[in-house]
Design a protein around this ligand. Sequence first.
Ligand code: Z5A
Length: 232
Amino acid sequence: MTTTGHPASGESRPKATPARGRFVTFEGGEGAGKSSRVAELADRLRRRGFEVVVTREPGGSPGAEAVRRVLLSGAAEAFGPLAEAILFAAARADHVDQTIRPALMRGAWVISDRFHDSTRVYQGATGDVPADRVAALEEIAVDDVRPDLTILLDVPVEIGLARAAARRGDAVADRFEKEEEKIHERRRRAFLALARGEPKRFVVVDAAQDPATVADAVWYGVCSRLGLAEKD
Ligand code: Z5A
């Protein structure tokens, strides 16, 4: 089994099923609290003795982090939405092959701050890339590495943007943060529609609550869906 190469085709990519760990993704709009809740969940799982790999998208492997810099700088925007979607997919394929699949195959928990639902929403539902192309790119990039559980942190747009702005301070907004409020609202609705479409995979958490309450709701969702006891 190869875990460090760059497979040239879907046929040559190893499957993640044997000794598979657990794959949890976090989704939501800007400032929803994904990074904070990912870190807390990882701590809780590690205290239970699990190996936990925390990762993010775009990024999560050296190659994908290089693509992240291009995407968030806005340098790829001029090439159009399909080119951006292809770059997100290229980054994801590398992330899956280099980081996620090897971790799952050794039995670890993998927690990713964003994954393929972000492409469905940002490039698909609220971008200009047709759904069939988003689906084709997803199939290539994700292969058989599908999340067991997706936590959608749902927060009103004005709250999320205010948090993101407060954290950013005087720094310049990135390619996506600087977009208009109404597109953020459409993205919120698109994420909620994805959750309604796949209720077994998604848990929707009200992320406007205080951090400790949100963290407890996330923990309850993980334990109840993935068969862990809530208390030690
Ligand atoms: N993108 C895409 O278009 N297509 C794709 O396929 C993928 C991504 C994968 C990545 O940005 C961008 O790429 C993203 C979508 C696009 N758009 N943007 N912008 P990123 O990785 O740089 O950022 P982000 O994913 O949008 O997350 P974020 O804005 O950094 O926020 P967050 O991770 O959800 O939240 P946080 O950092 O944990 O918290 C934000 C602040 O709020 C911080 O100061 C916290 O202390 C505070 N916070 C957190 N929770 C709370 C609560 N409950 N109450 C009060 N304050 C809180």
